[in-house]
Design a protein around this ligand. Structure first.
Ligand SMILES: [Zn+2]
Length: 282
């Protein structure tokens, strides 16, 4: 039996949000069995809680934002990836702002926090999210499919005609070792031509060359951690977004997909899980 796990102690981190560009303090705390992952806005009246769950998703525009009532937290995907990648079932995340610190734009800083806290097994069986049949969603020429499987595997095709980036394909079985070695260090990416439009939407305000891989017309502005860092980050985002379902047992195959299709796929999987339990529509 795989047991649920939580953190052994609380750990803190300060920094700036990737999209908001505002300073924030964050604390990860242990939580009891079957709590799940819960964000808590310490700066708002009543310290409202926002569960890390599919039904909390408020926006999927360049990041995944969650909300409950008027309380919101944006860019949860890299932190969620680290929590699920390292096998954390239960934790409280206290924030005095609306976005976790960005670190270096990857999941690395959150991995280091969780490693500093250590993990403790909680003596209760972990819940897995399983599929009965394949589930798929499409939007134009973007596609995302989940096929029933015993383990969690992600395959992804990043399509571009940029001469230095090209089309990249990656496939990883999401074990803890693979997550640590192959995915957690892969950073957020953006094409330089998209930066102005992003900033006009009030996003990417904290981003810079220390936190984002910038791809200009003539190539990368930073040195890469992996030749295929772009596709690895796309897979990291899938691990984080789909982490809102808990621990998924499926082979997920994405082509050109992003946060919006991740959300649609999770809603389909959720629907299937509910109808299988015979409880009708949500
Ligand atoms: Zn990302």
């Amino acid at each position: 039996m795989q047991e649920q796990q939580t953190l052994r102690k609380s750990v803190t981190l300060s920094g700036m949000g990737l999209h908001s560009g505002t300073a924030v303090h964050m604390r990860l705390l242990p939580a009891s069995v079957n709590t799940g992952i819960i964000f808590r806005r310490m700066d708002l009246p009543g310290q409202p809680e926002i569960p890390a769950a599919v039904e909390s998703i408020a926006s999927t525009n360049r990041n995944t934002s969650l909300s409950r009532g008027t309380a919101q937290v944006m860019t949860v995907e890299h932190l969620m990836a680290a929590l699920r990648g390292l096998g954390v079932d239960n934790a409280i995340i206290e924030l005095d702002g609306g976005e976790p610190p960005m670190g270096d734009g990857s999941a690395q800083i959150f991995v280091e926090m969780i490693q500093e806290a250590g993990l403790s097994a909680q003596g209760t069986r972990r819940h897995f999210c399983q599929l009965n049949t394949p589930v798929w969603v499409s939007q134009g020429d973007s596609h995302l499919v989940a096929v029933p499987a015993d383990e969690f595997t992600v395959s992804y095709t990043f399509v571009s005609d940029h001469p230095q980036v090209g089309t990249q394909y990656g496939e990883f079985a999401i074990t803890e070792d693979v997550f640590l070695q192959e995915l957690a260090p892969a950073r957020t990416l953006i094409f330089a031509k998209d930066i102005e439009a992003l900033r006009r939407q009030g996003l990417g305000l904290g981003g810079n060359l220390d936190s984002v891989v910038i791809i200009g017309d003539n190539g990368y502005h930073n040195s890469l951690r992996y030749q295929d860092e772009v596709v690895r980050h796309k897979i990291l985002d899938i691990v984080g977004d789909l982490g809102l379902l808990g621990f998924l047992q499926a082979h997920v195959i994405g082509v050109r997909s992003g946060h919006s299709l991740n959300r649609q796929l999770m809603l389909e999987i959720w629907e299937q899980a509910y109808s299988a339990m015979g409880v009708g529509n949500r």
